[in-house]
Each structure stands twice: as structure tokens, then as C-alpha cells.
Design a protein around this ligand. Structure first.
Ligand code: ZN
Ligand code: FE
Length: 239
């Protein structure tokens, strides 16, 4: 299993999870169809599944066109079945989703939206966190409470440290500015910022990050209680 990062729209990432043994693939959060079609064309890879972390347009905008072109099956959270375009398979919290060689645990992580989930490919140690966990940041709370978001991040925090994390947007450099202003003495964070700057200069995505790096550097994961977390979330909204 390998992951290809497909930049979409302004700063979104869609992720192709490719099983080379079967020439088949899943796409996580296709913001738009075109860049994904461009990547797949002439590669003889079948796009079998479309996985959506949440219903926002910048994560589902390519669903219908891709579904039509590749006859892909759209997979998303049951409670969002009325707002995920073209949904076929309805997932529940803590469900293990298995199809061909793809195997992921579904974790409900509300806060950004009420039906947000992440896909934890526990065998390969990959997690796709959509707009809930960003590298050095977290999503805005649109449909949930601070408590829900805090608890959702705690679920992600408990995954194995070496897990690779694939987030929905390239916000890392901007996020780093807020983190370092709050924790100016954090050495791991300073090292990570150097790495981020180098990648961006080379035109590379800053994904994937890891649970370990986020535990060391992401002040939203480092917040020790709900009160601290809520304060940080408010400060960030006005940063
Ligand atoms: Zn979103
Ligand atoms: Fe988004």
C-alpha cells in the first residue's frame, strides 16, 4: 500500500491509497475530480472507493464525477448520508471497514462537523484526519462544542506514535507561527519549523506528519485540559 498526495483547489490535499498488487485505489476526500483523473490516467489503476472524512464541499466536490467515471463506491459516515454526494456505504463509529485489501477503523471525531470521521489504516499505521487534526493545528469548530473537539483530538492522540498523519489542508507553516508564539522555547517545534520551511521552499507537501511529531509540537494536542484548549482555539481564531 502506498499513498500519493494529490494537491487540489487552493490548499487541499486528496490522498490516493494505492494497492499495487490489485492495481486498485481509494481516494480520501476528493476536493475535485480533475487532478485525480489526471494522476490516474494511463496508469491502469482502478479507483474503487471514495472515502470522505466529512461532507464539506472541499472534501467531496469530486465525488460524483469520479463515481461516474470509475464506477467507484462512495464511503462515508452514516449520519451524514443526506449530505455526502453519491454515498453508497454507510459507516458507524468504531466500525472496521474492509474491502479488497483495504482495511481501516472508522473513528467518529465530531467538532469541526457533527459527522466528521477519520480513517485509521491500522495495519499500515496511517490515519487520514480531514479537517479535525492539522499539522500544528486543528480544525475550526463549526458544528460541535469545544469539548467534542477536545475529545476527538484525544482519540487521535491515543494512536501509536509512529502513525503517519495525513491532514486535509496545507496549513502547516501558518499554524507553526501560532504554535511558536505560544511555546517559543519548544526545541522540537523549532526543528520541525526548519523542516517545514525547507519542504515548502522545495514545493513539497509537509504531509505526512506523525502522531509523535504532533504530540511534541502541536499546542492543541499539548493543551493539558479543556479550558486551555478552548482558550487556544479562541486565540487562534483571532491570530
Ligand atoms: Zn471542512
Ligand atoms: Fe476543508
Amino acid at each position: 500500500m502506498r499513498v500519493e498526495i494529490i494537491p487540489c483547489l487552493q490548499d487541499n490535499y486528496s490522498y490516493l491509497i494505492i494497492d499495487d498488487n490489485n492495481n486498485s485505489a481509494c481516494i480520501v476526500d476528493p476536493s475535485e475530480a480533475k487532478p485525480i483523473i489526471n494522476f490516474l490516467e494511463n496508469k491502469n489503476i482502478n479507483l474503487k472507493y471514495i472515502l470522505n472524512t466529512h461532507h464539506h464541499y472541499d472534501h467531496t466536490g469530486g465525488n460524483k464525477e469520479l463515481k461516474k467515471k470509475f464506477e467507484s463506491i462512495v464511503v462515508g459516515f452514516k449520519k451524514d448520508s443526506d449530505r455526502i454526494p453519491g454515498i453508497d456505504i454507510l459507516l458507524e463509529n468504531n466500525q472496521i471497514w474492509k474491502a479488497e485489501n483495504f482495511l481501516a477503523k472508522i473513528i467518529h471525531i465530531p467538532g469541526h462537523t457533527s459527522g466528521h470521521i477519520c480513517f485509521h489504516f491500522f495495519q499500515e499505521k496511517l490515519v487520514f484526519t480531514g479537517d479535525t487534526l492539522f499539522s500544528l493545528g486543528c480544525g475550526k469548530i463549526f458544528e460541535g462544542t469545544y469539548k467534542e473537539m477536545f475529545e476527538s483530538l484525544n482519540k487521535i492522540k491515543s494512536l501509536p506514535e509512529e502513525t503517519k498523519v495525513y491532514c486535509g489542508h496545507e496549513y502547516t507553516l501558518n499554524n507553526s507561527k501560532f504554535c511558536i508564539s505560544y511555546e517559543p522555547g519548544n526545541h522540537d517545534l523549532k526543528k520541525k519549523i526548519e523542516k517545514i520551511k525547507k519542504k515548502i521552499k522545495e514545493g513539497q507537501p509537509t504531509m505526512p506528519t506523525t502522531i509523535k511529531e504532533e504530540l511534541d509540537c502541536n499546542i492543541f494536542l499539548r493543551a493539558k485540559d479543556l479550558e486551555t484548549f478552548s482558550k487556544l482555539r479562541d486565540l487562534k481564531d483571532n491570530f
